[in-house]
Design a protein around this ligand. Structure first.
Ligand code: AHR
Length: 321
């Protein structure tokens, strides 16, 4: 084969798998954040199942909430020459160097469930995420509709500082309540997306706000923090879901259990199946060179007590949450 043709053929085979290649030949690494929430646990379980369905060799590295561990895992995936890397970025910034390394090694990177700094869009193939600004907005609009013109002091439990979803869910909620001067966020602090931290921060809010009497509603960036907050409200002798309204995000089984007991009011669903669409995008890219859209958006849906929470709990309880 002439040298020019050989170089072209080699370059092409690096970018595309041969027509007969199957997903079973792919090895994909996933740098997962950790297991801070029920939703995260379900995402890990669902990712493994989606890989198995497609006969993909799937390696998961648990970063235990640390960006430095995620960077190490990505470097190890690059050194192993994997076919693709999935990344759930714990925070939005600080990825440029390692993602450039993956790009140089011609390993496509797919972001799962969280975004990175928009300036770095060319460093990843696609992002499979929900519209997290919209999730916050839906939460805010639900509260506006629920309280009407009544004055309402809100306390906010934020997700991990620097995480795209925490920034966006805050921004979205503020947009949802904008123009309703009867609704005010009086306290806002991170609960790190965990149940324990959600409870601890809610206890301090209750203490600072007249034993909870000044609080009309809690907005939590995820259900796990809300489950912790509900516990704190009950321990303070108040009725969550009634005396203090609740709205949060994820739609994990435990929030439906609380809703069925009248202790939670609303949640916005985040699908734990981010990996399925990501695998399909990689398979098409490797097999046919198909470029996926830069953003593969997953659906979000509002659930309230009107949606038969017990039935939703029963349908979700064995899904890996
Ligand atoms: O990035 C998604 C968020 O991360 C989930 O809403 C939260 O539960 C998780 O920790």
């Amino acid at each position: 084969m002439p040298l020019k043709t050989l170089i072209l053929a080699t370059a092409l085979s690096g970018a595309l798998l041969s027509a007969g290649a199957s997903a079973g030949e792919l090895t994909i690494g996933f740098s997962q954040i950790g297991s801070e929430s029920g939703w995260r646990a379900a995402e890990t379980v669902v990712s493994k199942a989606e890989a198995k369905k497609r006969n993909i060799n799937f390696k998961i590295a648990d970063a235990q909430q640390k960006q430095e561990n995620q960077i190490k895992a990505i470097r190890s995936f690059i050194a192993q020459g994997l076919d693709a890397i999935f990344l759930a970025p714990v925070v939005a910034t600080g990825w440029d160097t390692v993602l450039k390394e993956a790009k140089e090694a011609k390993i496509p990177v797919v972001l799962l469930d969280r975004d990175i700094d928009p300036a770095n869009k060319d460093l990843y193939l696609t992002a499979v995420t929900s519209d997290s600004v919209q999730e916050g907005k839906v939460a805010g609009e639900w509260l506006v509709k629920t309280v009407g013109s009544k004055p309402c002091n809100v306390v906010e439990l934020q997700g991990t500082v620097g995480a795209s979803v925490a920034t966006n869910r805050k921004k979205g909620f503020e947009a949802g309540i904008a123009g309703h001067s009867n609704i005010n966020i009086i306290r806002s602090q991170t609960g790190d997306f965990t149940r324990a931290k959600g409870k601890e921060v809610m206890e301090s809010f209750i203490k600072a706000e007249g034993g909870g009497k000044n609080i009309c509603a809690v907005y939590a960036h995820n259900d796990d923090m809300m489950v912790g907050a509900i516990q704190a409200i009950k321990e303070a002798g108040l009725k969550p879901g009634q005396e203090i309204l609740t709205v949060s995000i994820d739609a994990v089984p435990d929030i439906f259990k609380a809703m069925a007991a009248g202790e939670a009011d609303a949640t916005i669903e985040l699908t734990p199946n981010m990996a399925g669409p990501a695998f399909d995008a990689i398979i098409a890219y490797k097999a046919k060179g198909t470029m996926p859209p830069k953003w593969i958006q997953t659906e979000s849906r509002l659930y309230t007590a009107a949606d038969n929470p017990q039935a939703v709990y029963d349908s979700k309880k064995s899904l890996g949450y």
